[in-house]
Design a protein around this ligand. Sequence first.
Ligand code: SF4
Length: 386
Amino acid sequence: MDLADDAPVEGWVLPEAAYIHVPFCRHRCGYCNFSVIANRDDLIEKFLKAITQELNALKRPRLKTLFFGGGTPTHLPNPALARLLESLDQQFNLSELTEFSVEANPEDISEAKLELLASKGVNRISLGVQSFQTTKLLSLERGHTRDQAIAAVELASQYIPNVSIDLIFAAPSESLKQWEQDVITAIQLPISHLSTYALTYEKGTQFWNQRLHGDMKELDESVEIDMYNFTRQSCNQHGFRHYEVSNFAKNGSRCLHNMAYWKGEGWYAAGPGAARFVNGVREVNHRSTSTYLKRINEGQSPVAEREAIGVVQYAKERTAFGIRLIDGIDLRALSQHVGFDTYKLLKAPIKFSLDDGLLVQEGDHLRLSDRGILFADTVAQRFLDC
Ligand code: SF4
């Protein structure tokens, strides 16, 4: 195949994953760059109507995984959440799902909320804990305390079999010792999955502006690396296998839905700002909740961007995302999928990353080296840019 010809990938199978975006939050945290709307609960009713309309167009696909993210899905009052779960059940037959994940805020956790989620088949909950230290939580503008976070994790584990928590490291002026305490607290709780993310300063956020004006300072990169290495070591010692750059799981508890993203499989999506990948076409809905609602209400498409991904682009993206998996990627399988020799396309970035010790190659198999795991974004960018 001539690599200049970025033809469509042949033979896509229909997605078995779907993502639903609920944009509501109590407050917009200073570091948050997601499609979120705060203090507009008056729009919940319109949102329920719009998302049901968007979901109706999908015509009941058969799914293995459903991920309910945001925003904060658990911010919905229980009657509204029950109605949304009911429409999801009509669309997707929730009892057939292998994994049904819901993102939750510790502030929203109550027995009634958990009972409702569990009754509709939610078997994985991802709690936005971020830290177990009240001062760090305040600096991140989170509304919960250490005790609330711990109580939420413990209560959730009584209703939902797979509890995951998110933690943020490298918060302003955080010490290595403080971070170690966060990790140690997390792995002693009844969780089976842990996601850890370094704080990032995204353009357009309040933290970005504060850093720009010198009111907030990024942590030294060497401390950030020490924090990450401590996380890897502790998780490994406590039975949490490192399976993706930011994710650790006990046996059988990997997030199957996110695996579909990293493996380049397709997924449906609905809600403001939601991105989908179906039959080789990527679409992104309007990010603004009010624009999304207005367009659906007026019978227009909520899609803001649409791009058909050709074989060459797909091979680059599949490698860039797949390399984040600690097990790495198999170039022979990828070549069979896209119908050409991907090694030829990716030769330059592979050689570059092998030469500087960020990649390891065993036959057709590529994975990040121990040092490469620290620079996964750099390696991924090289694949995208080639
Ligand atoms: S709770 Fe999560 S989604 Fe909502 S504003 Fe904060 S970081 Fe963003």
